[in-house]
Design a protein around this ligand. Sequence first.
Ligand SMILES: [Zn+2]
Length: 249
Amino acid sequence: MPAPSLPELREQVWRANQALVRSGLVTLSFGNASGVDREAGVLLIKPSGVPYDQLRPEQLVAVSLTDGRVLEGDLRPSSDTPTHLLLYQRYPEIGGVVHTHSTAATAWAQAGRSIPPLGTTHADHFHGAVPVTRQLLESEVSGEYERETGAVIIETLERLGLSATEMPGALVASHGPFTWGRDAQAAADNAVALELVAAMATQTFALNPEAEPIAGYLAERHFRRKHGPDAYYGQSPKPRSSDVGRGLK
Ligand SMILES: [Zn+2]
């Protein structure tokens, strides 16, 4: 059976990939955005190694959400596809995943440090410190490396008791950020937010190495006005069939 071509999802995932370039988060062919149609059981992702300025919507590769098999497309899917796949399988509420090597967030990943919530910009998007994973073991890197990268992200969120809704991103140690969201665009927005709060945190600690995290009551107010049942920030969105992860940005 041929895979459905999913024109709307294709357009959306293509736009999310372009948004990463426009926002300055990717250089060369680093990074990738994906999105899923859970009813169709399909993940659409950037092809491996194709420069963003040459990427066309029809080149996105359709992969089975069940087993990662290529369903449609002549190009190889991004080498990070198994990482995306594992995140989608573990978190049914997410519809988009983004990976970049954006400078400030990657610097925190390379430093092996979680990004503490220092102000309301952070609290608007992330519920608490954006966590950094442990280092992958040699056996994990020499094995199914990209799948292990997804596994260590999940392990990190679970160890900290964080849901994918509360924490739409993580830093993979010595590597870089992964973010996710309701759909590919939301995942890309979270990648932009993560880069911004990483850069702000770096500058904050440069000015004051003793800077303290934001007060809990202020952080809660900011997170809850944008997320969850009592959210009131912005305009009421039109109901969408893809809104499986209510409360996800
Ligand atoms: Zn990478």
